[in-house]
Design a protein around this ligand. Structure first.
Ligand code: NAD
Length: 346
């Protein structure tokens, strides 16, 4: 059984490769880069650019059973919602999806999964923090609040058109804020849970945590293991989607910080600053996935958050170790004062 994971060097893709190889499958992974935090378990890892049609042809073998299309030019709110990267985001991701569809059809693959996003939903359905509407059918009339979302919606339609016109077996999942260990945690492309875990881990007692906006905007966050479970169940079902793959446990960003502080055992002030905040309210609606797959994610947020905090706090500690030149001096034994007049604290 051969599976292909495109975007295998990314957060969800690298976890998916591990899960699929664990099932005993041969897995071809492809990405511009290798996974950042641990070596890929792919049977074969192809490093290259999926915007190049010939590269895509070299990655997807004839008759592959499963192709998971997770590659995209993507990032956290600081990358997607400023507007500064829209042309690249749309061009790069659309080009990848066009190539992948063409090659999936040429190579007669068994089935293909496309990772869409909660960002396809109309901005006008998400103006209230406590009552957002993200039912699948509410995607139309379309009005995503970002060009990242528009590209995802365009590509959903491309996958559906290939299914309709060429008989491609396509499955479309709309992911909602996936998080977990081995996700980007610094550098500007990290998502809210990772950014907050990092800020809390870095803060010293009595310090503060910076939060973009008033922090009352709401979201729901899905732990990586549940994301993989939903993805595989959808891929191997008779249901094409599009369907939400997300958690229904909604939390404000301020509430998220509170939970992380509890996990860390730290009490810090929240410092609200201006920043790209995205829509006011967003939460997965899981009625359809429940109805069609008899399953929906159910892990409480705190469980995944604890595992993620533990991993990020460890990363923060390691990076402090490598950055601090005085660390080795501090851990070396203190020199014995040679003069009794020298204060011991010197
Ligand atoms: P990620 O950024 O970690 O992974 C995407 C990978 O695609 C990266 O490793 C990147 O190098 C690769 N890539 C980008 N351009 C490429 C190119 N031209 N050629 C080859 N590889 C290329 O993102 P992720 O969090 O793992 O998300 C996976 C998919 O799920 C993406 O399509 C994303 O839009 C979608 N999604 C994710 C979330 C989430 O919360 N993580 C939410 C909604 C949708």
């Amino acid at each position: 059984m051969t599976s292909v994971v495109l975007g295998a060097g990314g957060f969800i893709g690298s976890h998916l490769v591990t899960r699929l190889t664990g099932e005993g499958r041969a897995v071809h992974g492809a990405d511009l880069k290798h996974p950042e935090f641990s070596p890929s378990r792919a049977t074969q890892f192809h490093q290259g650019d999926l915007r190049d049609l010939e590269f895509v042809r070299s990655v997807i073998p004839e008759g592959a059973e499963e192709v998971y299309q997770l590659a995209a030019d993507m990032g956290g709110a600081g990358y997607i919602f400023t507007g500064d990267n829209d042309a690249d985001i749309m061009h790069n991701s659309a080009m990848i999806n066009l190539n992948v569809l063409q090659v999936c059809q040429e190579r007669r693959v068994g089935r293909v999964f496309y990772s869409s996003s909660a960002c396809i939903y109309p901005g006008s359905n998400q103006t209230e923090a406590l009552t957002p509407n993200l039912e699948e059918a509410s995607a139309y009339p379309a009005e995503p609040d970002s060009d990242y979302g528009w590209e995802k919606l365009f590509s959903e339609r491309m996958f559906q058109a290939y299914a309709r016109n060429y008989g491609l077996v396509a499955r479309i999942g709309r992911y909602h804020n996936v998080f977990g260990p081995e996700g980007t945690w610094t550098g500007g492309r990290e998502k809210a849970p990772a950014a907050i875990c990092r800020k809390v881990a870095e803060a010293s007692a009595g310090g503060s945590v910076e939060v973009w906006g008033d922090g009352e905007q709401t979201r729901s966050f899905l732990y990586i293991d549940e994301c993989l479970e939903g993805t595989l169940r959808l891929m191997r079902s008779d249901f094409a989607g599009p369907v939400n793959i997300g958690s229904e446990e909604m939390v404000s960003i301020n509430g998220l910080v509170e939970r992380v502080m509890q996990i860390a055992g730290k009490s810090l002030d929240l410092h609200h600053v201006e920043g790209p905040v995205g829509v006011r309210g967003r939460r997965s609606d899981n009625r359809l996935i429940h109805e069609r797959l008899a399953w929906a994610p159910s892990w409480p947020l705190k469980k995944g958050l604890s595992l993620t905090y533990e991993w990020i706090a460890d990363q923060v500690a390691r990076s402090a170790d490598t950055k601090s030149p005085s660390r080795s001096v501090l851990s070396a034994p203190l020199p014995t004062p040679t003069s009794p007049s020298l204060p011991r604290s010197a």
